[in-house]
Design a protein. Structure first.
Length: 434
């Protein structure tokens, strides 16, 4: 075979034996004749709400917007050992008391899951277990319409036979998710998919995984201790402003009725300790912010933060040095948010600044005071949302003074102290220990 004419065959060495053959390309595809789309009125479709069924946990129902929607696909992710499988087994058991549920595991054996179910007393007859890493078999089971809820643990361990790559690769995660989602929509079955996370806490795999699913839930907190926070970052059927707080017990994850009281139960009033009024979703929450400031033993001061973004802490330290008389360039600074809670609320800025100032000068915050407010680069205290909820939660737990932005509202309660800049807040509300 030769791409050009030659007198002698390069294979056999004979002369004048090559014959010309015209190689044609693939036939051109004719123009597709599509059919007209069927359209419906938005007003007609929006009259009736989509039917839902309860997850058995009222906190999860609140996050989902009222329960599971048939045909929806929910992605839940979290650090290893934080309690994802335990939470899903509790959900499966609660739903199985009324509807058939299938729990499919690609990581554990059915015996391991059964042992966990016995430990947390989740053993209804309608809860079925299966182990598989083949996405085609899982999609076929979902499409059978035999179950109202199917849980797949986890998407990184399964693979479809149509692709040659190994499980966990981008192509396998995308292909397997598409198969499962198509089966869920076709059979009107609610599906929960478990996703792994990277060392940075992001959901592992392609971003398309989060795009194609209907709901994305993240379980956060410390794996071995503290509270676990379940929050939604995407929800096509409800709000993303809700969050649920759980704690791990021998019987599984249990919702915390009064997390503020539990977080402050062992608080020791000392320098570097400030109570923050924050929000988890739409729920007000009081947490303790601790700061430790110590002269560095090295040439470069260390900064560390647990429960808060370290870059934000570094920014606030820079604001304190520039806008106040505090000198922190030769000080190690450590920030800790008690209870394993991870703060994303900008209103934590003022509490962190006052905790650092308190620890640096050996002063205490005024007794029975709660702090919140966002700090700008000029040292100004900016307004934050839901001030009434924060003040109400502080009063409910017996705090006498609330320190917040001065631009909060025209009507301020008598026990509300407004501050306009970080320097005046430190001078006015930090005092010597008795």
């Amino acid at each position: 075979m030769s791409s050009a004419w030659t007198g002698r065959c390069p294979q056999c060495g004979e002369w004048n034996t090559l014959q010309e053959e015209v190689v044609t390309g693939p036939p051109r595809r004719s123009k597709s004749q599509g059919s007209k789309l069927a359209v419906e009125s938005v007003a007609k479709l929006s009259v009736s709400d989509q039917p839902r069924f309860s997850s058995g946990l009222k906190e999860l129902d609140l996050i989902l917007g009222g329960g599971f929607v048939p045909g929806s696909v929910v992605l839940i992710a979290g650090q290893p050992g934080i309690g994802k499988s335990t939470l899903l087994l509790q959900i499966a058991a609660a739903v199985a008391s009324q509807k058939p549920v299938l729990y499919i595991s690609g990581e554990e054996s059915a015996h391991q899951i059964a042992l966990r179910a016995r430990r947390i007393k989740a053993q209804p007859d309608e809860l079925k277990l299966a182990t598989s890493v083949v996405a085609d078999d899982i999609a076929s089971s979902i499409a059978s319409q035999s179950y109202s809820l199917v849980i797949v643990d986890s998407i990184q361990t399964i693979a479809t036979s149509g692709l040659m790559s190994s499980a966990g690769t981008i192509s396998q995660i995308t292909g397997s998710t598409q198969l499962i989602m198509a089966a869920a929509k076709q059979s009107n079955t609610a599906v929960i998919i478990v996703g792994h996370v990277t060392k940075d806490g992001m959901i592992a795999g392609p971003k398309v995984l989060e795009h194609v699913v209907d709901v994305v839930l993240q379980l956060e907190g410390e794996a071995l201790a503290g509270f676990k926070v379940l929050r939604s970052s995407k929800n096509r059927f409800g709000s993303t402003s809700e969050a649920a707080i759980f704690e791990m017990t021998e019987g599984g994850l249990r919702a915390v009725d009064n997390p503020s009281a539990a977080l402050l139960e062992e608080r020791k009033v000392t320098d570097g300790s400030v109570v923050l009024a924050t929000l988890e979703g739409s729920r007000p929450l009081l947490v303790e912010v601790q700061a430790l400031v110590n002269k560095t033993s090295y040439g470069y001061p260390k900064r560390a933060a647990s429960g808060m973004d370290l870059n934000r802490v570094n920014l606030l330290v820079a604001v304190l040095e520039r806008r106040t008389k505090l000198r922190l360039s030769d000080q190690d600074i450590y920030i800790n948010i008690v209870g394993g809670i991870r703060l994303q609320d900008p209103a934590a800025d003022l509490a962190v600044c006052m905790a650092i100032g308190s620890a640096a000068k050996g002063l205490k915050l005024k007794a029975n005071a709660v702090v919140f407010g966002e700090v700008g680069l000029s040292g100004e205290i900016r307004r934050v949302p839901f001030i009434e909820k924060r003040v109400s939660e502080a009063k409910k737990l017996g705090f006498d003074l609330v320190i917040g932005p001065s631009q909060a509202s025209a009507k301020k309660p008598a026990d509300y102290a407004g501050v306009s800049e970080i320097r005046s807040a430190l001078n006015q509300f930090l005092e010597k220990a008795a």
